[in-house]
Design a protein around this ligand. Structure first.
Ligand code: ATP
Length: 360
């Protein structure tokens, strides 16, 4: 039995379709992220699970019980918002106690749960502090402790780290993942940050324009994207539009001129017109050509960005179009320079062949 079951959920706002026929099952102890660009419907879906918004159609069940018509306080969920939403006039302990008081738990049980929750987020000893005496990261941890104290069936996190600076955000991501694993609580995170979703999640649901595009583990979404939207949203993607001829593909569009078709041999050959994806870090950069000519192109460097462990290079191709690549910095004794001629190559198995309907 799934802990969260979303079945055929749809929701409109005036004439705008925010969600269309979304179905997701989330299992016990899973860290599940809803990822997508701004306005794709992530928050609406989370609010439908929480009970703050009613769907126009479809059902939501928690632990096997349908809750579609129940108000938020009758659902056993803990929610954490982007702006923390702590009560400023209440101490840390009183903030964490809030849901316990509403539920009228005995005093000693309240105290036990407050210390346990503060311990879980590593804030033991700070119960008497006021929110304004805490850093942003600490305030967010109080919000998480408050959500955990009621021992919810599911923890809902709406962009909880987006108010933190980049460094603290990374730290909190690691903490959040460790905490979730320690407590074992089923969690749904809404984020538009693909790196955050990839590093934290067991599985991710990609939403685009109110439709669920694909559900999968981070590795599956990256290596086997179901469509162009997912390929371009999860990681960076070089796209080739190709037609099949004699057991190999010819790029006819964007990447090479018609008189110099680029020959591409994907490991997984499928006849017809296709879109192929090539990830930047899979492209080899070389000063000299290799003899085969297949899965290789001549190019001229047009951008060189130093990004620490990797370089980000953009190369102009002879027939127009560009390839983005991201080779390891350690591979270069001397950094390449703009205007240099180079050769780019890749292995057949690194070309991802999208399903036939994905041709532009
Ligand atoms: P963001 O990352 O920017 O928060 P999101 O993916 O969470 O975006 P939602 O907030 O779920 O997106 O909104 C989905 C769509 O529905 C958007 O086009 C939004 O403008 C619209 N929408 C959401 N809530 C309402 C509302 N109360 N009234 C009218 N339109 C709404």
């Amino acid at each position: 039995m799934s802990v969260v079951e979303i079945e055929g959920v749809a929701r409109r706002f005036n004439n705008h379709r925010a969600l269309n026929n979304v179905s997701i099952r989330i299992e016990q102890g899973e860290f599940f992220s809803l990822l997508g660009p701004s306005g794709c419907g992530k928050t609406t879906l989370l609010n439908i699970v929480a009970g703050f918004i009613a769907p126009d159609s479809g059902r939501v069940s928690l632990a096997g019980q349908e809750v579609t018509a129940l108000p938020p306080y009758r659902r056993n969920i803990g929610m954490v918002f982007q702006n923390y939403a702590l009560f400023p006039h209440l101490s840390v302990g009183e903030n964490v106690a809030f849901g316990l008081k509403v539920r009228k738990l005995p005093r000693d049980e309240q105290q036990r749960r407050i210390s346990e929750a503060l311990q879980q987020v590593r804030l033991d000893g700070l119960a008497a502090r006021m929110p304004h005496q805490l850093s942003g990261g600490q305030q967010q941890r109080v919000a998480i402790a408050r959500a955990l104290a009621i021992q919810p069936q599911v923890l809902l996190l709406d962009e909880p780290l987006s108010n933190l600076d980049a460094r603290l955000r990374k730290e909190m991501q690691e903490e959040l993942r460790a905490l979730q694993q320690r407590v074992g609580i089923t969690t749904i995170l809404v984020t538009h940050d693909q790196e955050e979703a990839l590093t934290l999640s067991d599985r991710i649901g990609i939403l685009g324009q109110g439709e669920l595009q694909q559900i999968g583990s981070p590795a599956v979404l990256y290596r086997q994207p179901a469509n162009r939207f997912v390929a371009e949203f999860v990681g960076q993607a070089n796209l080739f539009q190709v037609t099949a001829e004699n057991g190999e593909y010819r790029a006819q569009h964007h990447f090479s001129a018609p008189d110099r078709p680029l020959r591409l041999a994907a490991a997984e050959f499928a006849p017809g017109s296709r879109l192929l994806i090539l990830r930047p870090e899979r492209i080899q950069f070389s000063a000299t050509p290799s003899p085969t000519g297949v899965n290789q192109t001549e190019a001229v460097l047009s951008e060189v960005l130093f990004a620490g462990a990797t370089l980000r290079l953009v190369c102009d191709l002879p027939g127009g179009g560009q390839l983005h690549l991201q080779p390891a910095e350690a591979r270069f004794q001397r950094l390449p320079r703009i205007g240099e001629r180079c050769w780019l190559s890749w292995r057949a198995e690194d070309l991802i062949v999208l399903p036939a309907q994905e041709v532009a």
